[in-house]
Design a protein around this ligand. Structure first.
Ligand code: ATP
Length: 602
């Protein structure tokens, strides 16, 4: 079965599946940020206004200091009252700066909490409505990125970057205005230094998107190679393929380092220019040199130079946060684009007027399905699976067994034909009811980070401890659970911790038994279990499947020799159908597969 948690190295190596037709991260319709932030626009505007006012108030103490100096230096005798007035103005500015800063930060964080919560709920609801097949194709990394990384970028923009940007712009305008008011030629000299800083910054950011996308792609390959290594560690160790996997990891790391080095190489001069022209040292040097020269020729008063020294030297420190804020906004735009793309994925269509199936027999009626719209993974298959019978699906690897079985719980919707349960098209059944009507037991056993009891109770939330115990007994796992350190209360990690493969599978069988769903879709484990475990699993399955409509994807034919009907798939088509003895007598594909397996196992 092709699943996201398969332990096969080859499947883990696939960076993208053909189903996942998303554009690369970050390349999306512009304006995503604005659209996602629409519900909190009034808050953001208020936050921006408060940040701007706070930044303007923050300039006042500097201006006050400069004005005091000018007053004292130009008219020392009558300066006292002017000085005290500016002391008052400066103090009021400082107090206002603090109050407004706290208010704008409070508002920003409030808006942030509201929108991030809103987006989280929307994402979770949307993920709940997406077809299961999407999760299998996109992988857990995509889901994790939307729930964590992309949302963090949003937080960065709302809670920090917007305030920093508006603040920096206000400082530039307010302080610049004051400096032009004091002396135009000097103000032009300061503008020239800061202009050079802006120019260098623009040059260094010219090809940022290209470099960032290259880095993101390399990062993706590094994490794919790490997951591949961790997921396939058993195969890697057993077959000594570690070298090959590690080489892929090395290549990805080298590509990342090379991408980074290329970026650094390209921007080394422009970045240095940004730092140099954006430093207090540069502004101080230019202001002092130009100011003294102007004083020497009599075009500038010494008092005015003091004003420039007080106000302009602090400008780079106020403006530089805007540089990182601008980057934060860029990243936020990428995160918003990713979230918007996820939210725009088509959910599983729900029926307008849901129907209730009359019975639990399953019928595949001329069913076809294609992942890529070109090749049919399932090609016009018809079969009837009456209630209380076992239908086995067999066939070579890639024949379409997993795909066909996955169409029943609507992991994907059929491309053509129909699947019916109790005579009702599954697309006319509410998806929650559809899933409640079946137990899915897959080989990539999904366990929760919770106690053993809760892991079984997932089958029927609200079931009491006695029901859980009875299900565990029927699934032949009760004895194993009792032997665990804390019995049913033993915590499990997602991988199942101390439980063996067979035990983990029996735990999910217990879960399915507890659910009591009338249809069972089962993917038999491909990994060979030891004879004792296999016998226990088979007994557990007998407890699960009695009286149900059972569909089993079988890899080891001897386990389904007693099935009521066997569908033999080949290349997406139904090659043969019948009971074990009939198919053997036919001497076709099934008989050949049987001979090959018996030959191997004999
Ligand atoms: N998510 C997917 N996206 C695109 N193609 C897929 C996807 N999953 C399976 N396929 C393709 O569909 C075809 C049928 O695959 P499927 O996994 O159903 O076969 P299978 O009989 O279950 O194989 P196996 O026994 O190896 O699990 C194969 O050609 C496979 O490459």
């Amino acid at each position: 079965m092709r699943t996201t948690t398969d332990t096969r190295v080859d499947s883990a190596a696939e960076p993208e599946t053909r189903l996942d037709t998303e554009e690369p991260a970050g390349l999306a319709k512009p304006g995503a940020l604005g659209r996602l932030f629409a519900p909190i626009r009034p808050h953001l505007i208020a936050c921006g206004v408060l940040s701007a006012l706070s930044a303007a108030a923050g300039i006042v103490p500097y201006v006050a200091a400069a004005e005091m100096a000018r007053a004292v230096l130009t008219t020392p005798e009558g300066a006292a009252s002017t000085v005290w007035t500016w002391v008052g103005i400066g103090a009021a500015g400082a107090a206002l700066w603090l109050v407004l800063l706290v208010q704008s930060s409070r508002l920003g964080h409030y808006a942030d909490a509201a929108i991030v919560h809103d987006l989280r709920v929307r994402i979770v609801r949307h993920l709940g409505a997406l077809p299961m097949g999407w999760f299998r194709s996109a992988g857990s990394g995509r889901v994790k990125r939307a729930m964590t990384g992309d949302l963090e970028e949003m937080h960065e923009v709302i809670a920090h970057a917007l305030g920093q940007l508006t603040g920096a712009i206000t400082v530039m305008v307010a302080a610049g205005g004051y400096l032009f008011f004091v002396d135009v030629p000097m103000a032009l000299a300061v503008t020239a230094v800061l202009g050079l800083m802006g120019l260098s910054y623009r040059v260094s950011m010219r090809s940022m998107t290209t470099h960032v996308n290259r880095l993101i792609a390399a990062e993706g390959r590094i994490s794919a190679a790490s997951v591949e290594y961790a997921d396939g560690i058993q195969v890697v160790k057993a077959f000594g393929t570690g070298g090959q996997v590690l080489r892929r990891y090395d290549d990805a790391v080298n590509e990342y380092a090379e991408a980074f080095a290329a970026w650094v190489r390209e921007v080394r001069y422009s970045s240095a220019g940004t730092r140099l022209f954006g430093s207090e040292m540069a502004v101080l040097t230019v202001v002092t040199a130009t100011g003294l020269a102007f004083i020497a020729v009599g075009s500038l008063a010494a008092a005015d130079l003091v004003a420039f020294l007080v106000v302009s030297v602090g400008l780079p420190t106020s403006i530089l946060p805007a540089v990182s804020a601008a980057q934060g906004v860029r990243k936020g735009r990428m995160g918003a684009a990713n979230i918007e793309r996820l939210l725009s994925r088509r959910p599983l269509p729900e029926p307008g007027v849901p129907e209730t199936p009359r019975g639990h027999g399953v019928e595949f009626d001329n069913v076809s399905f294609s992942y890529d719209g070109v090749t049919l993974a399932v090609d016009r298959i018809s079969a009837v699976c009456p209630p209380g019978t076992v239908t086995a699906i067999v066939g070579p690897s890639g024949a379409g067994k997993t795909t066909l079985a996955g169409l029943l719980p609507r992991f994907h919707d059929v491309t053509e034909g129909a699947i019916r349960i109790g005579g009702t098209d599954i697309r006319a059944i509410r998806s929650a009811d559809l899933l409640a009507s079946m137990s899915l037991v897959f080989q990539d056993v999904a366990l929760l980070r919770d106690s053993v009891a809760e892991n079984v109770r997932v089958g029927r939330p609200g079931a009491d401890d006695e029901d859980v115990r009875r299900a565990a007994i029927a699934a032949q796992i009760h004895g194993v659970i009792e032997a665990l350190p804390a019995g049913y209360d033993t915590p499990l990690d997602a991988g199942g911790g101390a439980l063996s493969g067979g035990e983990r599978q029996r735990l999910t069988i217990a879960r399915a038994i507890l659910s009591g769903a009338p249809i069972v879709v089962l993917d038999e484990a491909t990994a060979a279990l030891d004879p004792d475990s296999e016998a226990a699993v088979q007994e557990a399955l007998a407890g699960l499947t009695a009286g149900k409509t059972v569909l089993v994807i079988a890899h080891r034919l001897h386990t389904i020799a007693g099935a009521d009907q066997i569908l033999v798939l080949d290349n997406g088509r139904l090659a043969e159908r019948g009971r074990h003895s009939e198919l053997l007598a036919k001497g076709g594909l099934y008989a050949r597969m049987w001979a090959a397996q018996e030959g191997v196992t004999a």
